[in-house]
Design a protein around this ligand. Structure first.
Ligand code: PGA
Length: 221
């Protein structure tokens, strides 16, 4: 059975209180639906990392926590940045290179490479987003998420066949062992992506905000 990654990207949604409500609902269903080969990662906003860590520890959920961004710098005078050493207390994963960060915050390939280095030196695994097969991937990245911009938040996913082809090309050309697909993944279509030979999981935005839909997707996978 292949290893699967199911990753929730909450983006700039949910307060601490809303995170607790989500967790309460999610816990009712999660242990019954998660399978041994599946790594489930939830990436809340920075402000909810602490409460999520505490809940996961207290409930002994086999749930991994990720951040949605990381500073390209270490400790220092970088107002507003959250660095790898700080994130390490909460996270084992971090999303790097999401198209929203590239577009709205002008993140360059050079900066993204520094972020990957910072994550890796602190033992945090990057989930590196690419927008197509030609997006560059920094050395050492083990998990890439293929997220075509037309599919993000639009309800118009790529076809599983095309996503599989792109995943294969990324694996062959960039020496990456795991490729995920992201963009309008829903409970109704998750199985068609997971069934593809070269797709090792999914990155889910909008649909992961609902605990019941997220649990259903884990079950369907
Ligand atoms: P979506 O977002 O599932 O809402 O399309 C995916 C993403 O941006 O990671």
């Amino acid at each position: 059975m292949k290893k699967l990654f199911i990753v929730a990207n909450w983006k700039s949604y949910k307060t601490e209180a809303e995170t607790l409500t989500w967790l309460e609902e999610f816990m009712k269903e999660y242990q019954a639906v998660v399978k041994e080969n599946t790594e489930v990662v939830v990436c809340p906003p920075f402000t909810a990392l602490s409460v999520m860590k505490e809940s996961v520890l207290n409930s002994r959920l086999t749930l991994h926590i990720g951040a949605q961004d990381i500073s390209p710098f270490g400790e220092g005078a970088y107002t507003g940045e959250v660095n790898a050493k700080q994130l390490q207390e909460f996270c084992s994963y971090v999303i790097i290179g999401h198209s929203e960060r590239r577009n709205y915050f002008n993140e360059s390939d050079e900066m993204l490479e520094k972020k990957v280095q910072m994550a890796e030196t602190s033992g945090i695994t990057p989930i590196y987003c690419v927008q197509g097969k030609d997006t560059s991937v920094p050395n050492g990245v083990k998990i890439v998420a293929y997220e075509p911009v037309f599919a993000i938040g639009t309800g118009q996913p790529d076809t599983p066949e095309n996503a599989n082809e792109v995943a294969k090309q990324i694996k062959d050309s960039k020496n990456v062992p795991y490729v995920l697909y992201g963009g309008s993944v829903k409970p109704e279509n998750i199985t068609s992506f997971i069934a593809m030979e070269h797709i090792d999981g999914v990155l889910i935005g909008g649909a992961s905000l609902h605990a019941d839909a997220f649990a259903e997707m884990i079950k369907n996978a």
